[in-house]
Write a protein that binds this ligand. Structure first.
Ligand SMILES: [Ca+2]
Ligand SMILES: [Ca+2]
Length: 194
């Protein structure tokens, strides 16, 4: 006579299936996160090379009625509003930022940008070969987690790159590893060793 499965046997089978599914899911998550990191490294490298190729560290803004005479005529390029985030297009980016620490462009910033015909990196280098989904409608270049890239011209931060600037993604944890010791999964345009 055929013996039916006991409840215990069924439970064992079910738990083996669940364990296999969990392993598969963990593997899937692992490969998803390494694909995101890989895409983000590509984006960071493409952006760093575009900025390097452009060569302009600053933007010269002529005087205009909207710009006070006391205001500096030379503005930092790619981070016009000096918030440490790679700019989007100032003319499209006056709205509430999607990332809390990204500053809005002030009316003065927008006046300067308009006069210099400055529209941020994405529109300045319109032939950037970015993987799909790495730009937003405000002209920001995004990492794989939907955040804009950081940029700094403080060369002490990246002593081994031989470059005057550094570009980076704050990584999957959403914490800047330059400012916070526990944010160390950042994806950078420079090496941290000689
Ligand atoms: Ca900025
Ligand atoms: Ca981080």
């Amino acid at each position: 006579m055929r013996r039916a499965f006991t409840l215990i046997e069924l439970l064992v089978v079910i738990s083996v299936i669940l364990a296999l599914l969990a392993m598969g899911f963990a593997g899937f998550r692992g490969s998803l996160s390494s694909a995101r990191a890989g895409n983000t490294q590509t984006v960071v490298n493409v952006v760093a090379s575009a900025i390097s190729g452009d060569g302009r560290r600053s933007l010269v803004v002529r005087q205009a009625p909207a710009i006070p005479a006391s205001d500096p005529l030379v503005m930092p390029n790619w981070d016009l509003n000096r918030d440490g985030w790679l700019d989007g297009d100032p003319s499209m980016d006056p709205r509430v930022p999607k990332q809390p620490s990204v500053a809005e462009f002030t009316p003065l910033d927008r006046a300067r940008a308009a006069q210099a015909k400055y529209r941020g990196l994405l529109f300045a280098a319109s032939n950037l070969a970015l993987p799909k989904g790495h730009q937003d409608s405000d002209g920001h270049v995004l990492d794989a987690w939907g955040r804009p890239l950081r940029i700094s011209a403080a060369s002490a931060t990246y002593p081994f790159s031989g470059s005057w600037f550094g570009v980076w993604s704050i990584g999957p944890d959403g914490i800047d590893g330059i400012a916070n010791a526990d944010g160390g999964d950042d994806i950078r345009s420079w090496s941290t060793t000689p």
